[in-house]
Design a protein around this ligand. Sequence first.
Ligand code: MG
Length: 388
Amino acid sequence: MSKKIAILGSTGSIGKQTLSVIDQLGPQYSVEVLTAGSNYRLLSEQVRKYSPSLAVLSDHRAAEELKYLLRGEGCAVSSGREGQVEAALFPGIDLVVMAQVGFSGFEPFVAALKQGRTVALANKEALVIGGEILKRQGLLDLNRILPLDSEHSAVWQCRGSAATGEIEKIILTASGGPFFGFNSEQLNRVTAAEALKHPNWQMGPKITIDSATMMNKGLEVIEARWLFDLSLEHIEVVVHPQSIIHSMVEFVDGSILAQLSEPDMRLPIQYALTYPVRQKNSLKRFIPFGRELHFHEPDRCNFPCLDLAIAAARQGGTLPACLNAANEVAVSAFIDGRISFKAIAETVEKTMQSHSVTAQPDLEDILHADYTSRIKAEEIAADMTGVE
Ligand code: MG
């Protein structure tokens, strides 16, 4: 019997790579549900190739276009937030891959967990903003949330069946991004085009910029805290520019296990799809001869986003939602050329300073914090436009 997969966010970078992994794995994996935001052309091509039962677009008008393109194909089409939740709950699915970008992934993620679904999670924002609520509701269960993020997949693979009490700390590696080693003056001059060229990883634009600011690692610290039920003191960040070691686990006896491979997202994606077994593939192998692996302390001064994220995690409540919303706004303002690279962190910091935190938030509080923080961040970014 085939393993039935739903991919939410199938037209993005992780979604496309998940489909390519499924192509390699063969017919024991079948794609039953595909969703995207508004890219109806690519989604219609994917539907023709994979013949899912349901296709969903968040954008209602794009969904109408999709219906027109797919007439006679025998694939149901839904739209909007309800459609994304319908996709996460579609009957008979064995694994829901959450590959959306940003906050939009949260509702379907919660819906899937509440129904006891197994979820392969690439959408780190869902845990960053909602981890606290999910923890309170008892929905965080590593047996049902399989990490797709390469660092968290590494920790998952290294920790094996060890209990939380056997783990001294986890060491998340960071490539440092394209501006690793840059000083303040050099960072003043960097452009979006330069930030979008990641030295090691092929990723979508939002996460590539987050990687350049180190916000990505900050979000991953929060993600790791919830996924592995660890306090922030037990999570360390190490810059490792070669991106060969994807993360490490240090146990209480001082033994450290690391997971290594050439950087390629298809490996953590495949591990989540085939778990608990491993399957052969043709991905490039890491050959150690002549290779050097380096480790550095993160530059917390020139890349303040890492500590902003940790500060948001420490305070908790609605502050991580505020951080995430402000960052999404700031990153798109930077990609559009409206603000400078350094203004990303400034926008996030100022938005956080102006946010009044609600402790023990419910979903409404989180949605409200997300909404108001976006408006505030837009105002702050607009004030910084053109200012060096
Ligand atoms: Mg990562």
